[in-house]
Design a protein around this ligand. Structure first.
Ligand SMILES: [Zn+2]
Length: 813
């Protein structure tokens, strides 16, 4: 699955429940749940959906094979709100069954022998707590929001709508028979078997004929248009609201090419009968349900493509990658979940690298690196650990590093081995290491220990000295990462390696050409002498090609940095150099190097980063470059230029920003112009905000900029305007929350009032603003004070639930 970046950063980190030694952690095996049967097949029939009572009727026939002699009871997971009306064997004879909490126990008429098959059917009246297993969506008076239902199984929610073995270690095949209103369609996994309209109802049957995990069982019920595409005879379908039909092809038609690329890289042809992508409302991002991915309904319009929408850059290729990593080979338990998510996060960079060249891949991983550091700062956790917060970006970065370490040919051979060995099965972290051992002959146990089973990353502190008599450059390298992590409440303590071991290359530039030397990082402190440096260095690239995931402290002369910025093709290295130069605001040479990069670098990310840095330089140094950058061909660079201009201010900055707001074709650029004008032209801020609040844009980027300005400038005069927008945009509620957090009582009354708003959307957004828009203790106090005054029963229930979740620390995702 992939959540939006904001949600990723907000998400609470679940700590492991057990204290373990590091050796046990390395196995991660005891997190796999035992059971005494092999789930083989389920036929899941659902009908009579009721959006008012969040209910439906279910009928599930389960076929399993006993894994012990004399199997006399079968334990399944079944949500406590599902009420069974009958449990019967194949012949229709009733079977005894008991319920306790989320557990169903079925007693066969006679014990089942080891290896023998048992089939039984559970008929039930289904009901869900909204969002647990199934989410029922009503229009709530909002546009672009048809009535619909979507399921979400990962990690442990599919048993909330049908009885099953709700753990990833046991795969099955299944059939989904969904009876829905005729105006709706039902999308599920596998091959479409039939679609029959009879008696005012539509029954859609899907057959998932290859085994996969039960958390990947999926159902979406909505009025959907099908946009049909194909890849080598495999149906590739995009199911969207009818209103989005025209926008779907532009967004999703990259899919067949991505399928082709992933099939080629992994050597495993796309393994399922079809690939469907279905958009739904209120989704957190995307979910890789096998052959039937569910995605949020944020289809970009034509203009939004100038801003490289996250949806196409990351979300689509991430979920598609799961069809191999997660769905075809599945983590055996949730402590190895990085095998799903790390690969899914890694693969889009590979796709864009294949499609657009090396810079695009580096660009992708630089962004992952920034996310990684943000998450690691909150709590460093190993990739292979239960509840790890860092399986996405760190997973992507460690896999990319591994590819550089062993080389692409051997890397993909190992991945092919891994996927082949565990096809339609499950895997643990050590299975991946063994696949690399088989395919490359390399054990890699130390790499696994340092990068996968332990936390943190090397923090390298480098100094350099040139000896002109000896023609040698001496580097002193210290690893300064500390193993200072505290045990959590269960006593579990993650370790950070005092020494990371990795090879890298140092490149020294001289007037007579470059000298390169391979260096093995292998000690807490080490000294490396590079001979043959005939003249004084013109630059020193410490890790040529950025082979090692790291942070780097290396005080270098500005001239070296400037030379590197002009010469080094690697985007991580360039962004590091730009960070160093950005610190040297009084150094004209630093400003000149940044100005050169801002206007002439061969890839837009470098220009954008240089532009961003220039925003803190003296106007005389920065303005000429920023004025050029404000007209760059890349919207990201123009956006960055406006942001920088806003910080520098002055007449020229205001003129450029006004021009961009009036004429630029990119939403992000216009949004940046709004912010820039807010900072640089406070006298006219009202006019800008008024215009921006009503400017249409993808994901309300421009309106959001205006709302942010109101919040940042503490513009209490516009609280009424913000209040009036709460029913139409979630951001308005968050702006009110920002005022509440500052102690504004008027905003507090407004936001509290929306908890009881006639509009369900306003109520939902107001509650979310309390939960995610202010510190938890503050939100708790406010909600407790408000709850008794609410007049609507559903509002009261929702607020009480939020209070409960906040007070038990489950305020996150
Ligand atoms: Zn994912």
């Amino acid at each position: 699955m992939r959540v939006t970046l904001l949600a990723l950063l907000l998400s609470a980190t679940a700590g492991p429940a057990l204290a373990q030694s590091n050796a046990e952690l390395m196995a991660n095996d005891h997190y796999t749940r035992s059971h005494d049967y092999d789930l083989v097949h389920q036929r899941i029939a659902v009908s009579d959906f009721n959006w008012d009572s969040l209910s439906f009727e279910g009928n599930v026939t389960t076929t399993l094979v006993a894994l012990r002699p004399g199997l006399d009871s079968v334990v399944l997971d079944e949500g406590a709100l599902l009420t069974n009306t009958s449990v019967a064997d194949r012949g229709g004879r009733p079977l005894r069954a008991t319920r306790s909490g989320d557990t169903l126990v079925v007693f066969p008429a006679s014990p089942v022998g080891f290896g023998d098959t048992l089939t039984f059917t559970v008929a039930y009246h289904g009901k869900v707590r909204d969002g647990d297993g199934l989410t029922f969506i009503t229009p709530d008076g909002l546009p672009h929001r048809p009535r619909q239902i979507w399921s979400q199984g990962e990690d442990h929610n599919n048993h909330d709508w049908f009885p099953t073995f709700d753990f990833p270690s046991d795969k099955m095949t299944w059939e989904m028979v969904a009876t829905v209103p005729t105006e709706d369609f039902a999308v599920s996994n596998g091959r479409l078997v039939s679609d029959v309209v009879r008696g005012g109802q539509r029954t859609v049957t899907w057959n998932q004929e290859a085994p996969s995990a039960t958390y990947l069982v999926s159902l979406v019920v909505a009025p959907l248009a099908r946009i049909h595409d194909t890849w080598q005879g495999v149906p590739v379908d995009y199911y969207v609201y009818h209103a989005d039909s025209a926008a779907a092809w532009r967004l999703f038609h990259v899919t067949p090419d991505m399928i082709a690329t992933y099939s080629r890289l992994t050597g495993i042809r796309y393994p399922w009968d079809k690939y469907a992508q279905t958009t739904v409302a209120d989704f957190f991002g995307g979910m890789e349900n096998v052959s039937a991915t569910t995605l949020v309904d944020w289809l970009p319009d034509a203009a939004a493509y100038q801003d490289r929408p996250w949806y196409q850059w990351l979300l689509i290729p991430h979920e598609l990658a799961h069809q191999w990593f997660g769905d075809y080979v599945t983590t055996e338990n949730w402590a190895n979940m990085w095998l799903n998510e790390g690969f899914a996060e890694f693969m889009p960079g590979q796709y864009w690298g294949q499609k657009l060249g090396a810079h695009a891949a580096e660009d992708y991983y630089v962004d992952e690196y920034r996310q990684y550091l943000q998450i690691d700062r909150r709590r460093p956790m190993p990739l292979a650990s239960l509840g790890s917060n860092n399986i996405y970006p760190k997973g992507a970065l460690v896999l990319e590093m591994l590819q550089q370490l062993v080389g692409p040919q051997r890397f993909w051979a190992a991945i092919h081995t891994y996927l082949t060995r565990h096809a339609f099965g499950v895997a643990t972290t050590d299975d991946l290491r063994q696949a690399f051992l088989a395919a490359t002959g390399e054990n890699l146990d130390r790499f696994w220990s340092e990068w996968v089973y332990q936390a943190g990353y090397p923090r390298l502190d480098v100094t350099a000295a040139y000896d002109s008599a000896a023609h040698a450059l001496t580097l002193h390298i210290a690893q300064t990462q500390l193993d200072s992590l505290k045990p959590d409440s269960s006593g579990l303590k993650f370790t950070v390696p005092p020494v990371f071991h990795m090879p890298l290359v140092v490149r020294v530039g001289t007037a007579a050409g470059d000298v390169t030397q391979r260096v093995e990082l292998d000690a807490r402190e080490q000294t490396v002498t590079i001979p043959g440096v005939a003249g004084p260095p013109t630059m020193v690239i410490f890790d040529d090609g950025n082979a090692v995931l790291k942070s780097l402290t290396f005080q270098e002369p500005t001239a070296w940095l400037a030379t590197q910025l002009g010469r080094d093709p690697n985007l991580w290295n360039r962004q590091w150099v730009i960070e160093q130069l950005a610190e040297r605001k009084d150094d004209p040479a630093a400003g000149a190097a940044l100005a050169e990069a801002a206007t002439h670098a061969d890839y837009f990310l470098t220009r954008q980063e240089a532009v961003d840095a220039l925003g803190d330089f003296p106007a005389a140094v920065a303005m000429p470059a920023l004025a050029v950058a404000a007209h760059d061909t890349s919207a990201a660079v123009r956006s960055g230029a406006l942001d920088a201009l806003g910080r520098i201010g002055g007449e020229q900055a205001v003129a450029l920003a006004n021009d961009a707001f009036a004429h630029d074709a990119s939403y992000q650029v216009r949004a940046a112009a709004v912010m820039a004008l807010g900072h640089a032209d406070s006298a006219h801020i009202g006019r800008i905000i008024d215009a921006a609040l009503v400017a249409p844009s993808y994901r309300d980027a421009i309106q959001t900029a205006a709302l942010r300005l109101i919040a940042f400038s503490n513009d209490t005069a516009r609280l009424g305007t913000v209040d009036s927008l709460v029913g139409t945009t979630q951001n308005a509620a968050f702006v009110l929350a920002a005022f509440v957090a500052r102690g504004n009582t008027r905003a507090e009354a407004m936001l509290t009032g929306h908890l009881d708003d006639p509009s369900p959307a306003a109520r939902r957004w107001a509650l979310q603003a309390f939960r995610f828009g202010m510190p938890a203790p503050r939100a708790l106090a406010q909600l407790r004070a408000a709850v008794d005054h609410l007049t609507r029963a559903d509002a009261k229930a929702a607020v009480n639930q939020a209070i409960k979740q906040l007070s038990t620390g489950r305020g996150g995702m």
